[in-house]
Design a protein around this ligand. Structure first.
Ligand code: DHB
Length: 390
């Protein structure tokens, strides 16, 4: 190689290594991967609506950078989520991965986020272990244990002595079962049967007949968001609503999104959860009004996971002054504290998991609509599964 060629090669290398043109550098991209088709479409719709509402209210420029949201449908299938995450990183060069409507979808993406050193904001999935799968994961949703333990205490203190548990047979269902059973039995309660129902095409009817025959004081149920509608229909068809067996559980079963379709049979169902459309704070009233105005449905607990996830992304970018280095963004997110429509929340700096108030609620009819009306609150609840491991 002569001198001129060498200089030419060096110049080409310099150009290749030079910073991107200003326009490309100025955009921060968020890849939102959610189920917009398939059995968990309602979850995806809630997540997308809330993320868009946050951007509409807070603008699309943060720390001098333009924010771009790229929405992709994974149909609730983990192989799609992982493929889409890789495409978003490689082709679109996203700076954040977000969404994750179900646990298996988050689990499949965790190693991809680790390899790319890109923050992964889990806005819906609720299995405890998820945050341990990558140091780049932060969670703005909830864990099933948070509600299950509070629910168990309430049951034990409210004349419920025997319980049958019925959960969807996958990781969050197992967490919901284990946390409830452990705490309820610690309080002297008795779990007489533990039933697990497949996630695909669930038919609760045969199990509900068994529950009717066993006559426990309460039936504790976990199903993922939206699926509660099938359970409730079969609960009424089998006459369990008139059997004296109380229906209790984490609030996924009385999901605000589908609750109105349950009819009056749902009145009186008691659940523990992190968010109710009916939460009486000024911040939530404003949120619900804006959400309803922008969409033709009301916000549920999935929506606040996305709304708060967007807030966390915006605030982290402000703290890093627009820098998109994954480690710097994670540092900015750890320990962040703010007021959500659900109440005060923070990101545990040690676990990167959410700390939040859990509410006891009862389904009531107000102005012709069914709501989860809060009657007790338990502030600063951390994930009990991780706390027990320490
Ligand atoms: C999960 C999904 C849900 O729809 C829900 O309500 C709770 C947990 C999950 O897969 O983690």
């Amino acid at each position: 190689m002569n001198r001129r060629m060498l200089l030419g090669a060096l110049a080409a290398a310099t150009i290749a290594a030079a910073p991107l043109p200003l326009a490309a550098q100025e955009t921060v991209k968020i890849g939102l991967i959610i189920p917009l088709t398939g059995p968990f479409t309602t979850t995806g719709k809630q997540l997308e609506a809330a993320a868009r509402l946050y951007m509409q209210q807070n603008g699309t420029t943060v720390a001098g950078k333009k924010i771009e949201l790229i929405v992709r449908d994974d149909a609730g299938r983990a192989e799609n989520t992982a493929r889409i995450a890789t495409e978003l990183l490689t082709n679109d060069k996203v700076h954040f991965l977000a969404g994750f409507g179900l646990t298996p979808l988050a689990m499949a993406t965790a190693p991809i986020a680790t390899n790319a050193k890109v923050p992964m904001v889990v806005m819906m999935a609720g299995t405890s272990i998820i945050t341990e799968r990558s140091p780049y994961i932060v969670r703005t949703s909830f864990t099933l244990g948070q509600s299950a333990v509070i629910m168990a205490d309430w049951a034990a203190q409210n004349k419920i002595k025997t319980v049958v548990t019925l959960v969807t047979d996958y990781a969050p269902g197992h967490d919901a079962e284990t946390s409830f059973v452990g705490q309820f039995e610690k309080q002297g309660g008795k779990v007489t049967e533990k039933i697990r129902v497949p996630i695909q095409n669930p038919d609760f009817a045969p199990f509900l007949q068994r529950v009717l025959d066993a006559k426990p004081d309460a039936l504790y149920v976990f199903t993922p968001s939206g699926v509660g509608a099938i359970l409730m229909k079969q609960f009424v068809e089998r006459g369990l609503d008139k059997s004296g067996i109380r229906l209790i559980g984490p609030g996924d079963i009385t999901d605000d999104d589908v609750l109105n379709g349950f009819g009056d049979a749902a009145i009186g169902v008691v659940t523990a959860h992190n968010y109710s459309t009916d939460h009486p704070s000024a911040k939530n009233k404003e949120y619900v009004a804006a959400f309803r105005k922008a969409n033709n449905f009301r916000p549920n607990f999935a929506s606040v996971g996305a709304y708060d996830g967007m807030h966390l992304i915006y605030e982290a970018l402000k703290k890093t002054q627009g820098k998109t280095d994954g480690d710097a963004l994670l540092t900015a997110m750890k320990g962040h504290k703010w007021e959500s429509p659900r109440g005060p929340i923070s990101i545990d700096p040690e676990t990167r998991d959410i700390v939040q108030t859990i509410y006891m609620r009862k389904v009531e009819k107000k102005n012709g609509e069914l709501y989860n009306v809060e009657f007790a609150s338990f502030p600063d609840v951390k994930d009990p599964v991780k706390a027990a491991k320490k």
